[in-house]
Design a protein around this ligand. Structure first.
Ligand code: ADP
Length: 307
């Protein structure tokens, strides 16, 4: 099933998503009884690694988990999807946890405990320097310490795909190594404000992309949910890439599916636009299934097409 050429190395978070359903959310000080509880593997880094591997990329995950039972849940779909987990370190902190509480109307609250992800800093990256330097594509997000993100970007000799989500403060030089920077429309505005605190942040998306490029960002991909994505490479015109029309069941993790697929395409030698055309289809596939990692397509799955 392989179309691998270069490798994808994802440096990022691994979590357990604890999804609790309740009739209604408790008020402060109140206790309510849940109607169900599910433990699922999550974390943006792990999600993206699963998505890349399932698209046929030789993928390595660099990250940290605790020495606890949750570590097994957090890594359960990585190896199963073909991800090399030898650079996932066990540390003396609890495995990252996201507690998602969903009420009858679908409204949710989320509490994230970074735990072991806080150990994926500069020192951890130096211990995995060789594998990061050997990657065709290094994928980074905002769920590990900023010095880990900076160290990974500095070690990369291949392409850096920076998905700065959530938008955490990083050295502007790190953002300028991105090729591409991948963000949704809200994150694009926050990254612009971070790079240029005095900037008037435009509300229309192409103007946002141009403002980021004017500050030196080499290439930008803005994901737009059901509308697909905008792709801007170098000084070339911005291209709107539509997403296939599908019936969305659960859009959680769609952005991570997109990023993983984009990385897999780039590692296989596709250009940014071709890789994005495939990534929107992978994102659209993912929203048709429940959960994050379990909804990501494998190479032999038939992807929806843009009509
Ligand atoms: P994020 O979750 O990071 O905000 P998006 O919601 O933009 O990311 O989703 C990423 C990609 O997933 C989109 O570019 C698109 O291809 C696909 N996608 C998301 N929601 C839908 C939808 N309702 N219908 C079709 N495709 C979707």
């Amino acid at each position: 099933m392989s179309r691998a050429t270069g490798t994808v190395v994802v440096v990022g978070s691994l979590n357990v998503d604890q999804v609790v359903t309740v009739e209604r959310h408790p008020s402060p000080g109140e206790t309510v009884v849940a109607t169900s509880m599910t433990l699922l593997p999550g974390g943006k880094g792990a999600n993206q690694a699963v998505a890349a591997a399932r698209r046929g990329a030789a993928t390595t995950m660099v990250g940290s988990v605790g020495r606890d039972g949750s570590a097994e849940v957090a890594t359960s779909l990585l190896a199963d999807s073909g991800v090399d987990v030898t650079h996932v370190r066990a540390v003396d902190l609890p495995t990252g946890l996201a507690t998602v509480t969903v009420d009858r109307s679908g409204e949710n609250t989320i509490v994230v405990v970074p735990g072991a992800n806080g150990a994926t800093g500069r020192e951890a990256l130096l211990a995995s320097a060789t594998v990061v330097a050997s990657a065709a594509v290094v994928v980074l997000q905002g769920e590990i310490p900023a010095d880990g993100i900076a160290a990974a970007a500095g070690l990369a000799t291949g392409r850096v795909l920076l998905n700065l989500a959530p938008v955490v403060p990083v050295d502007p030089a790190v953002v300028l190594t991105a090729d591409p920077l991948v963000v949704n429309e809200h994150e694009a505005a926050l990254v612009l404000a971070q790079l240029d605190p005095g900037a008037v942040v435009p509300t229309d998306e192409p103007a946002l992309v141009d403002a980021l490029r004017a500050l030196g960002v080499r290439s930008v991909v803005v994901t737009l949910g059901a509308r697909g994505a905008l792709v801007a490479e170098g000084s070339a015109e911005i291209v709107a890439v539509p997403s296939p029309r599908v019936t969305a069941v659960d859009s959680s993790g769609a952005g991570d599916a997109f990023v993983g697929a984009l990385a897999a395409g780039l590692a296989a030698g596709d250009g940014l636009l071709d890789a994005a055309r495939q990534a929107v289809r992978v994102g659209a596939f993912a929203v048709q299934g429940a959960g994050t990692q379990p909804s990501y397509p494998r190479l032999d799955d038939v992807l929806p097409s843009v009509d």
